[in-house]
Write a protein that binds this ligand. Sequence first.
Ligand code: ZN
Length: 510
Amino acid sequence: MITLVVNATVLTMDPTLPVAEALAVKDGRLVEVGGTDEILWLREDDYELIDLEGRTVVPGFVDPHNHFSIGALETFWADCRDATSIADLQSAMAAAAARTPPGEWVRGLGYDARRLRERRDPTRAELDEAVADRPALLLHFSHHQGVANSRALAAAGVTRATPDPRGGEIGRDRSGEPTGLLYERAMSDAERGSREGWETRFVASAAAASRAYAAQGITTIQDAAVTPAMARRYAQAREAGALAIDVVETMVGSRGWFDPPDDAAPGPWLKLFVDGGYRCAVRFERDGRLVTQGFLFYERGELAAILTSAWRAGRRVVCHAIGNVGLETAAGAIADALAGEPAGRERVRIDHAIFLTPELIGRIADLGVWVVAQPSFLWDGVTSAPPPGLMRRPFRSVVEAGISQAFSSDFPCGSLSPLAGIAAAVGRRTRHGELADADQAISIRQALEAYTIGAARAAGLGHDRGSLEAGKRADFLVLSTNPLQSQPHELAEVQVLQTWVSGKLVTNKA
Ligand SMILES: [Zn+2]
């Protein structure tokens, strides 16, 4: 059967035909994109005709840095995103404990100490008051640190004698006793312990979770942190037909998110954390002296050697780098590795790139690699000024320097909706209306491209999706209004009426 979609405003993201009226779909692929009359000629004996009466069609959104495997399990955990006090955290964790099966860890997520009345992280003793009889871990919204209760510290083998790992820190009180706070790599064992048992529910959760993504217009994601155990769950989910969208896996270590992947990791994509998350590696000048803060996971030479051997093994590498020191390290290592293996340019990208300087932007532009940024973080809120002398998410400067910039959500670290991210990139406003660096706004078309064709290219899939062109996968959306004719503040309200994945209607609100 051939499906003919006609009388639409099709924003193709294909520069050779930016706007079309109609498309024809067969066997999950676009057969033709063009005018309504032209497409009607393709009618076959067995056909389906869809008249969109002028509605707007865009390519399905691609989210090249997302954590579907964590987001799909969130419903089992204590949601602390709206907590405003430590008592709120305690009651959410206690309520989650009551519905957690015996033997399983209690897990919470999303708290932000800056939003708590106490303006500090909770302690293990406070978590013990909420959950005493089994291990509990409460993750910070960044997913780069968390607070463990006493049972969780014991299960993870963290005592006052445990040294801080490289790229991590065990929070301690004045006497040296762990407070429960675990930063970055120091959280690996507790984080893995708190997640692994729950992963047995992934396949059952994946159908509803992936349909929720499709309802937001997302048709392909790249899961940015997949352990070998999770890769097996993904294989099971695919076999069970549980995934309504397409997922590309990016491998991390078997011990935890922040560890480098094993040589035997499946698939082409590997993830390396160059610096921390909430405590990314930054350097800035304060009161006339240079301050360096945060966690740096690799030195430049070490990272260059890892990149070179990954490329030689046919791999592609995502470098997580947030702070200017992390970004300098990543850019330096990529330059060194490219000097020996120029073809590596197509096999590496920098994700996040949040705290930049004009000099760093120039260095990254010279590398010619993709940058995957998160307008979702801007949408979610700006609570403090960036370190002095650093730009924060300068999307326009990045584009103007000639860097290929794609967008992603980093959900559940940031909001999932691509249209909310596009609204933030264009309007430079948070969901609460606060304005952040209006001069860094980009155009609606640039933002749409960054979430479609740009994102597909950054994920290594530009030949197959991200724009509406004959031969590509028939992943497309029907929108309530044309984003190109919307005001910036209206973009987050644009509705995704229909989501088509591989030529099949997956979600329908029309
Ligand atoms: Zn991430």
